[in-house]
Write a protein that binds this ligand. Sequence first.
Ligand SMILES: [Zn+2]
Length: 420
Amino acid sequence: MKSSKYTVGWICAIKTEYVAAQAFLDEEHDTSSRRSHHDPNDYTLGRMGKHNVIIAVLPNGEYGKSSAAAVMSHMLHSFPNIQVVLMVGIGGGVPSARHDIRLGDVVVSSPSRGNSGVFQYDFGKSVQDQRFHHTGFMNQPPTVLRTAVAGLEASYERKGHRLRNSIGTALIHNPRLGRKYSKPSWSSDRLYVSEYSHRGKLACADGCSSDYLIPRRPRSEQEDNPAIHCGLIASGDTLMKDAIIRDTLAEEHDVLCFEMEAAGLMNNFPCLVIRGICDYSDSHKNKEWQGYAAMTAAAYTKDLLKRVSPMMSDSEQPPDEDSHSKSHQSQRVLIADFAYGEQESHPSEYLNTDGPYQDTEETSTAWIPDDRYQELRWGAPRINHWSHQDEDNQSTEIGEQYYYQQGNLIEDSPRGGLRS
Ligand SMILES: [Zn+2]
């Protein structure tokens, strides 16, 4: 499939998240030769619901916003039709009296109190004087994603979600993942009072006193488990592992989650950040819940994509159909050759006047020179390939355009198509 057919970008920071994302693909595509020159990213391509998705991961051992920004930049260059970008993975939760956040829950970046959903803070500058240097709020994610989040929230509230079933199905299809990505036992979800830091080098169950555990009741059947929390995600350069600082920031800004990559993306291409909670951003951190938290985040993201219409996502068309598409980046667009051969083999596909191509004439006028437009407009069905040239004069195909004339029998027939 052409690179122009991929419209959803999905960025993971670590391998565990990458594996979880792949486990939710409905179909995996061949990845060979679909990237620009000099693109070092590793991609997994596939279909999730009605969307063609590109999943990328940060290089081994690299974390943080600059690495995430580099991966995104290459991705946008190799796949110029990306409409939405999702940063999906794990993060540290911020449990409070207001938000009953537990391990495996999902936090989705959502505007609250007039901000964008992602809040950048500079941890390094804050350590000495215990005050945070706030570098500000980031751009908002696209409206279509925010409305989908709201729609999904309403649906979950009324009917509950089936995320655990989706995870179960993904694990059945990927049996090797069972041990690392299944839900750990409920008793290993331990939340300690903020003042009590981790003791020694043993696991919490062996080294930390259960006297300092905050008692929480199990969730009832009527409650979503995992729960989905929409709100502010704090993004910084350093791992948050101090419960006191965590609580201060949570108190001041109502932060629900800490992570390290989103700040590198938001101002370049505003994205939605979805984080499965794998620890409580304190010194008791361990990796036991990372696999399952990555799965809950990916399962939620798949549900979210189901609510986003592919017509929107690709701006014009469902991903499995041929239609025209255009790049959101400013590029030199050329009209290239006409694919008569393809037309001859499937002429009827291009003659459906009830199809999604009805309005192409209007929307395409800005894209092609007038004289060429006239010629195309009055012709029978034609296919027109769009390409752009980058700095190295490499031509990359970015889409196709179809033209047809309605109301004239000969022009609307396969014979007319071939004649023209
Ligand atoms: Zn501990």
